[in-house]
Design a protein around this ligand. Structure first.
Ligand code: SF4
Ligand code: SF4
Length: 266
C-alpha cells in the first residue's frame, strides 16, 4: 500500500508547487477554472523555490523581483492557522487520524511536480531516483507539516508510469523555461501574463505546411511567433493574484534537487 493512503498529505500543506504552462492550461481546460482561480506568483529572490527547476519570471509591476509561478494555498479548514494547497480535500480529524485524512481533489489533472514527488530523473534520464524525504516540510512545529508516515520504498513506485510522469514533467518545464526567456525580454504586468500564456500554447500545434518552415518561423519549439504576436495582445484582467499566507512561505517540491537539501521554511 502506498504511504499516501490514509496520509494527512503533509506535502500538499508544506510546499509551494511550481506549475508549468501545460499544467495551467490542463487545469483550466479540464476543470473549467480561470487562471486566477488557482495560480499565484511567489517572490523568489534567493532562488529557493525555483531551485534550478522552475523558471523565474519578471513582471513590469515589480520589475526587480524574480517570481516563480505556483499553485495557490489557502487556510486549512480544520487547522486554520496552517495552510494547504487549494485543491487538497481534507477529511475531518478523528481519534484514529488526528490530522485527518486528505486527498488531492484534482488527482488526474494534478501538476507535473505533484506527479513526480518524491522522485527525480538521474542525469541521463534513464533511471528514477527515489529521494530521501525529510520528516517535516517546514521548519515550524505544526504536526500538519510532517511528511510521509513511513519511508518510501522502490516497490511503492511503478517503474513505467513513474518514468513517463517524470519525462513529461521535465519536458514541459523546459518548454516553460523557453517561454520565460521570451517573456522576460520585455516583461509586462502580472495581469497580462494569462493572455501571453494562452497565446503561446494555442500556437503549439502546427500543420504540415507550418512544420516544414524553418524552425524560427513557427512556434514549437522556439516560440518565435509569440514575440511579434505579443505586441498585438492586450493586458489581461487586473485581478491580481499575489499570494501571501499569513507570512508563511512554503518551500518547493524537491523534484530536481535532492530532497535532503530541501529548504525548510523559516
Ligand atoms: S506526505 Fe508523503 S505519504 Fe503523505 S501524501 Fe505526501 S508523499 Fe504521500
Ligand atoms: S494539486 Fe493535488 S497533489 Fe498537488 S499539491 Fe495540490 S492537492 Fe497536493
Amino acid at each position: 500500500m502506498s504511504p499516501c493512503n490514509n496520509c494527512h498529505s503533509g506535502c500538499c500543506r508544506s510546499f509551494a508547487v511550481p506549475v508549468s504552462g501545460a499544467d495551467i492550461i490542463r487545469i483550466e481546460t479540464q476543470l473549467e477554472l480561470s487562471f486566477w482561480d488557482f495560480v499565484c506568483r511567489w517572490a523568489d529572490p534567493e532562488g529557493q523555490i525555483a531551485r534550478n527547476h522552475a523558471p523565474h519570471f519578471h513582471f513590469a509591476d515589480e520589475a526587480d523581483t524574480p517570481f516563480v509561478i505556483c499553485m495557490t494555498h489557502q487556510n486549512s479548514t480544520f487547522f486554520p492557522s496552517t495552510t494547504k494547497c487549494r485543491f487538497l480535500v481534507e477529511g475531518e480529524p478523528d481519534e484514529t487520524s488526528p490530522l485527518g485524512q486528505a486527498r488531492c481533489g484534482i488527482y488526474h489533472q494534478r501538476p507535473g511536480a505533484c506527479r513526480a514527488f518524491p522522485v527525480r530523473l538521474n542525469e541521463t534520464s534513464e533511471l528514477v531516483i527515489l529521494s530521501n524525504i525529510p520528516e517535516r516540510g517546514r521548519g515550524t512545529d505544526e504536526p500538519q507539516y510532517e511528511l510521509c508516515p513511513r519511508p518510501w520504498e522502490k516497490a511503492d513506485l511503478d517503474s513505467v508510469n513513474t518514468m513517463g510522469d517524470l519525462v513529461t514533467s521535465q519536458f514541459e518545464m523546459k518548454f516553460f523555461h523557453r517561454l520565460a526567456e521570451v517573456w522576460n525580454r520585455s516583461p509586462r504586468p502580472w495581469a497580462a501574463f494569462p493572455d501571453f500564456l494562452h497565446l503561446v500554447y494555442s500556437a503549439r500545434v502546427v500543420d504540415e505546411t507550418e512544420s516544414s518552415q524553418p524552425a524560427a518561423a513557427h512556434a514549437a519549439p522556439t516560440l518565435q511567433p509569440t514575440v511579434p504576436r505579443l505586441a498585438e495582445s492586450t493586458a489581461g484582467p487586473d485581478s491580481g493574484a499575489d499570494y501571501t499566507a499569513g507570512g508563511q512561505r512554503p518551500v518547493t517540491f524537491p523534484t530536481q534537487p535532492p530532497a535532503d537539501d530541501l529548504r525548510r521554511a523559516a
